[in-house]
Structure formats: C-alpha cells, structure tokens
Design a protein around this ligand. Sequence first.
Ligand code: O2Y
Ligand code: MN
Length: 608
Amino acid sequence: MKTFQELKPWVEEMAVLCQPDHIHWCDGSDEENEGFLKILVKEKKAIQLNEEKRPGSYAFFSDPSDVARVENRTFIASKKQSDAGPTNNWRDPDELKETMTKLFHGSMKGRTMYVMPFMMGPKGSPLSKIGIQLTDSLYVVVNMRIMTRFGEDILKLLETKNEFIPCLHSVGYPLEKGQVDLEWPSTAIENKYIAHFPEERLIWSYGSGYGGNALLGKKCLALRIATAIAKDEMWMAEHMLILKLTNPEGRVKFMLGAFPSACGKTNLSMLIPTIPGWKVETVGDDIAWIWMKDNGRLYAINPEAGFFGVAKGTSYQSNYNAMKAIEKNTIFTNVAITDDLDVWWEGIDGETPEHLMDWKKQDWTKASTTPAAHPNSRFTVSTSQCPVLADEWDSPEGVEISAIIVGGRRPSTIPLVHESLGWKHGVFMGSMMGSEITAASISDQIGKVRRDPFAMLPFIGYHIGDYLNHWLDMGRKSNYPYLPKIFYVNWFRKDNEGKFLWPGFGENSRVLKWIFERCDESIQAELTPIGYIPAKDTIDLRGLSISSSQMDEILKIDVEAWIKEAHSIREYYHTIGYKLPKQLVVELEKLEQRLKYFDANEQQNVDF
Ligand code: O2Y
Ligand code: MN
C-alpha cells in the first residue's frame, strides 16, 4: 500500500523505469473515453460495430498467443515460500523484482503511460480499496473504466482515504522511433509475469494485454491481494456471485455462489426463474467481499462495476439478461464479426451466418473447421446495463447473506443439492469441491476430480491451508448462530447413459427456492451422512416433466461412490500438507463414520 503523498513520486519513479513518451492521468470522463476509442479505431486496434445494431460498441482481437489468464506465469512473491503454499507459483520477491525491473526498463518507449485511479467496491464502503494502475495499453484503460469505479473522483477520494494499491502493467512491447505497432502488442509466454507481492500489497504485470492478466483490479487485486488483506483484517475475498432471490410474498434473501470456471456463474446470477412469482436479481457475477458485522452476520459487496463475461455460449436462451445488457456500449474481445458489423459466436441465437470474420480476422464460412469465436471470447459491460441489477448492488455495507452455495461439474456421486450440518461441515464441503476433468489435453487425468476449494485455487494470495483455516476462523469469530447455511449443488449429475438428470438453466430456480425455504427451515429435509437432502416432494417440480424415479436418482446417496470420494479427499488433503486445518480431517472422518450407518438400498440412516 502507498499513501496519497507517495502517489506522484511513485508514478515518476515508474516513468523513469519504463520510459514512456507521455504520461496521461485518466479523468474517467465520457469525452476522454470517446477520444481513446477513436484512437484505438484509427490505429486499427479496434473495430467500431454497427451503430444501429450494437450502438457504442467495439470489437478487439488479441494476439493468438494472448487469449486467457496464464496461471503458469502467475506468481505469489511472499518472503517465505511456505506462505505461498503448494498451490501457488512462488518466487522470492527480491529476485522477482530484479528480473521484472529489467523487463520494465524502457518497456513503454514510444508509448503513453496511462495513470488510472480506480476503486474496487462502492463509494463509502468500509471494505472498498483504491488502486492506481499504470498501463501502456489503451485496451486496458477502456476496459478498466467499465470494470471499476474509475477516474478523478477516485483520485479525490484518495486524498482522504490516503491508501492505494500500486499496480504496474506493461504489454512489454516498446516501440523504437518509426517502428510500426502491432494490433495487439504482447510478449512471448516465457516473458509474461503476473506478479503479486502480498506483504507489500503490490501488483506488477508484464507481457500480456488480456483479461485477468492485465485488468489488474479484477483477479489480481480483488482476489489475490485482497485475500491476503482480508486474512489480516478478518474479512473474506471470494470468487463468488451474489444474487438476490425474492419469493412470491416479496420476501428477500441474498445468496453467494462459488463455482469453478465454466459452471455458469454469470448465468445463475442473472437467472430468470421458471417457477411463477420468484425473482432473481444480480448483485455480482464473479467476486464477493464479505465482512462480519458486530452482530455476527455476514454482509457482501461486489467490488466490481462491470461484467467480463464469456461470450461463447451466451444466448437469449442461456442468459437473456446478459444478452440484453450487451446490446449497447459493450467491448467485445475475440468474437467473430458478421458482414454487417455485428458480433457472433458459437451458441448465440439464430442461424449461423454464411460468412463471418473470425477472431483471427480471417474469412470464416460454415465449411470452416475452426471456431469463429475464441472459446474464451469476452464481453465487457457495465453492471448498470444489467436489466435485473438489484437496487442494493451498490450498498456500502453490502447485503446480508443467508446462504452460501458451492458446486462443480460432477457427473456422479454428488446429489443435486445438499445442505451442510453446520459451518465447519460447510467449510469441509467447500474444501472438497471441484469438477471432473474432461479436457483432452490432460487425458491421463480424465474422470478424476480437479479439486478447487471454493473455486479459489488460482486466486488465493497465500497458503491454501491458511485460507481454509481463515474460513474456520470466521466461523469462530461469529460464534456461529447467524452464519449463512452452506449448500452444495450439482446441476451436472448424469444417468447411466451419460444424459444429464437435471434440465438446468431456469429450472435451477427450483433448487434456489428449496435453499431459500431451508434458510427459514420452513421446509423438510432428510438427514443423511453427507448432510441434509431434500425430503420427498420438497423440490417444487410444478410444470416440469421429471419422474419421481429420476428425482430419486438425482438425489441418491451412492455409498460406494462416497467411500471412494472420501479416499480421494484424503489424498487431496495430503497435497495441502501440514497447514491443512485438523478440523477438516475431523469432518472427513466423521463423514466416513456416518457412511457406515447408511443403508444404501433403503436410502436411510440405520442408526446414528
Ligand atoms: O481469461 C481471462 O483473462 C478471464 S478470466 C475470468 C474473467 C471473468 C470472470 N472470471 C474469470 C475466471 O477465470 O474466473
Ligand atoms: Mn471468475
């Protein structure tokens, strides 16, 4: 962290290091943004889309080598390696700074250094954090302006808050006099460094212009650095959506949801329920900062101000509200472009056009064998354009949380929904969550579960064992009675023929309804070894053609599979090492004991 007084000297010091031709302090105004977009179009780094079909919107195309977050080039540089733990790439901070200082030296030659004041979190929130990002990428500037509270207001706030997180970013492609720029400058993978110095609360990112590598407010600040701050200050920075659920009587509950990538977090946060009278509204789709009031209850804010959602697969059917949000004023990255300058991607509604320009700017026809849009193609849009944005989304104290939902992609074993036996058991459930590996690239692992505790594996800025212990500490601090209930959902369970048992999408609201009613305990649940599962007929299936045997299958406790699961969790726990909280081993042992007293045929506890 640095103080307001340190801001100018720091910017000057970084400018001496990176040697930009100019320095521009961003004010965040519309005029400034329009000017930036004009430059980007003029320099052929962006395409302005059809003003009638997609007003105020632009498309960018990255270098094919710079298309996603690079986990193997993401580093946690804590003084002690044991503080980074087994799941992070650790580097000694002094050595990493030395390496990166050489890279940053002269890296902005021929370019402008933009100084971006931004804030993560609502104005007036005790949790909000100011960052100052220096970057030589205008693409980053126009995206950060959407994704954060941005500009001169934040600089003004800094005068009183007097604390900011310095973030230095360069695409690593200096321009010699007369040298023609690339459309998407970046560096080779081995020179990319996404570096976090958690003790110093400092971020340095070099060599990539894409998403989470370059928009430093998001994963770098709001998760990796924020987790380190949160542990010290007794709050939590989590990879979670925040949704508001209203029942037909107008009663409201706020819920958090942690799901690994590609499990539909954005879609769930903007869901249109299929059950009459129920309503979902969005507070956030990706990150939640959670704090505890003196009353022991948890409150969450969304630190972001925009959505950086996956375009591919998004349609009016899978996420109507996201499609409405991106009808205007949206930045698209690595999507395909239609002949009339609109966007297209695999999975979008309607007929596939005869001809497109693909994300590599090549002609594309239906006969083409490569995808038109990159699988990690993105839209960047302000939360304000979400048609179902909850009124409370900007509340400085946040929203009171009633339920925490965790989940992953599990074709077997895990039922549609189960509720934890309490906070510690809920933390155990979060620690074991993950998805089954399907990617051909790691074919020797196919069918195994990639554990991803609370979907935070790439985002914890310190040791994973300490992180799990922090969850337990938060429980102890609250004294338990008002903590949210924790639920595990699995929309992805399959039958013996490999077909999904649950229809998904809007029908997931039926599960949300069950969770809502469990929060008041106004609905029955059955105690099983793994937790509470819905009692017969308590999931609202009105209007859905699903047989009761199918429901039995979705909710079945497969004891053999759970015994194997427990073995696999134990193996996973070994990889965490000595910092794994003993309490979680106790929870695992208790689960194994309870499984012994469950009659798999009757689906009933024998005795406990
Ligand atoms: O590939 C990227 O840089 C984007 S990653 C991302 C973006 C938005 C929300 N979540 C994620 C993620 O990786 O969890
Ligand atoms: Mn995410």
